[in-house]
Design a protein around this ligand. Structure first.
Ligand SMILES: Cc1ncc(COP(=O)(O)O)c(C=O)c1O
Length: 466
């Protein structure tokens, strides 16, 4: 039914027919739909490099690469052409008992790039499905290898791992889960690596890291090692505002997992494909997981795809007799997406985007760190081209904002003010309030400065409104 269901003043600034249609018919994700009842829906129509353009032609710096996705930048013709060529040749075929060259070649490329013996690729259409796949695979692996009670999973507080009900159980954000309980049982949470708010060892990063890793050990012991299948960790945790791993953290987690025969899943949905300067982020931090889940940057967003990359050891029991992993997705490993994935890996290699991130991550970090002189900036942290800026009410005590202040500050002012000032990024309060930054990997000092200047001016104004 194509009727206008709400009365909105179409003559209000920025209101358009598209905005009205969005109001009436489009269900935007993780969005309070009421906030657009009397306001235009920001509508992006075009992208070029690190810039996006709205329906009125106004340009914004894309400080979030869409949603941690557009590694190669917008408007890359060769990625669009790879999609066109593949769609013309073979638009669709499933991976259900059949294969097509693009999925085969992309699996081969990912296996080459993955650490250790992670040589087998199960394609999905996105990150949540990859996480879901990893949990199901872990359960079946243990059923096939004589440990049928190993089914639980451990993950970290405030971490986001997706919205399918298994992945949502692994997600550690109570507000994202509460309306959907009861979820899948057996998903246990442990503390994350937020050193800024370390509950213990706040003066020594390495000791804190050991403590944080040992919480996983304690949780496994508490649940019973015979019941725990896997630990899901992001290399750098996004939700809560970019928590990098303390030195030695992943090495200790690896030892703990090995000791208890628990699988380590590296959820690299954000961190892979150059976000931290390496194809897979586990490489950067020197650990070999049993599985890697990835998606977003694999195609720079020119077509959707995700994957779970699996070790030889885990794949082995599935290689015999009539054993099947009874799991799949119609569009998993879609030929167009796989072709674009291959073209994107070629482009990233040719343009040296991983090296570009490694060469410039220090400059990005130090440019953002200038904001520490603002009274509202409590912490600036991250890795590669992936940073979070934590906002506080009182720098000395690290006091955070209460729910009302957070609402006024983030929803009521910051998100819109940053956007109006020409910076698309994200003000998030899934933990303490943070601004998340993750620009396309093609940016350099000029864009770092622009991000810093816009943030400086908007955060300065935010402080005066408190
Ligand atoms: C670490 C992590 N895992 C899983 C997901 C879910 O991915 P998708 O939205 O593609 O399902 C996300 C999405 O942001 C993520 O950041």
């Amino acid at each position: 039914m194509s009727t206008t269901q709400q009365n909105v003043d179409l003559s209000s600034p920025g209101a358009t027919k598209l905005s009205q249609q969005a109001r009436d018919h489009l269900w935007m994700h993780f969005t309070r739909l009421s906030s657009y009842q009397n306001a235009p829906v920001p509508t992006i129509v075009r992208g070029d490099g690190a810039r996006i353009y709205d329906v009125h032609g106004k340009a914004y710096l894309d400080g979030l690469a869409g949603l941690f996705v557009v590694q190669a930048g917008h408007g890359r013709k060769e990625l669009a052409e790879a999609a066109y060529k593949q769609a013309s040749e073979l638009a669709f075929f499933p991976l259900w008992s059949y294969a097509h060259p693009q999925a085969i070649e992309l699996a081969d490329r990912l296996a080459d790039a993955a650490p250790g013996d992670l040589n087998r690729v199960f394609f999905t259409t996105g990150g949540g499905e990859a996480v879901e796949t990893a949990w199901k695979l872990a359960k079946q692996f243990f059923k096939l290898t004589g440990k049928p009670m190993k089914h639980k999973v451990i993950s970290r507080a405030i971490a986001y791992h997706g919205t399918p009900q298994g992945a949502l159980s692994i997600t550690g954000i109570p507000d994202a889960k509460k309306y959907f309980e009861p979820l899948v049982p057996g998903a246990i949470k442990v503390p994350n690596t937020n050193f800024y708010r370390a509950p213990e060892h706040g003066d020594d990063l390495e000791t804190f890291g050991r403590w944080a890793a040992d919480q996983i050990d304690l949780a496994i012991e508490m649940e019973g090692p015979d019941t725990v299948a896997a630990v899901f960790l992001e290399p750098v945790q996004n939700s809560g505002g970019c928590f990098p791993p303390p030195p030695g953290y992943f090495q200790r987690v690896r030892e703990i997992c090995d000791r208890h025969d628990v699988l380590l899943v590296s959820d690299e949905v954000i961190c892979a494909f150059g976000r931290l300067g390496t194809t897979f982020a586990s490489d950067k931090f020197g650990y070999v997981p049993d599985m890697i889940t990835c998606a977003k940057g694999m195609t720079s967003g020119y077509s959707p795809i995700g994957a779970c990359v699996i070790s030889d050891r885990l794949a082995e029991p599935f290689l015999h007799g009539n054993t099947t992993f009874a799991h799949g997705y119609t569009f998993g490993g879609h030929p167009v997406s796989a072709a674009v994935g291959l073209a994107n890996l070629d482009l990233m290699e040719r343009e040296g985007l991983n090296q570009h991130v490694l060469d410039n991550e220090g400059a990005f970090g130090s440019t953002l760190a200038k904001l520490r002189d603002l009274p509202i900036v409590g912490d600036v942290r991250g890795d590669g081209f992936f940073y979070g800026i934590e906002l506080v009410k009182d720098k000395a005590t690290k006091e955070t904002f209460d729910a009302d202040e957070s609402e006024r500050l983030l929803r009521g002012f910051l998100s819109k003010a940053l956007f109006d000032a020409g910076l698309y990024c994200r003000a998030d309060d899934r933990g303490d309030p943070v601004i998340q930054l993750s620009p396309p990997l093609i940016v350099g000092q000029a864009e770092f400065d622009e991000i810093e200047q816009i943030l400086r001016s908007v955060l300065t104004e935010a402080w005066t409104r408190l």
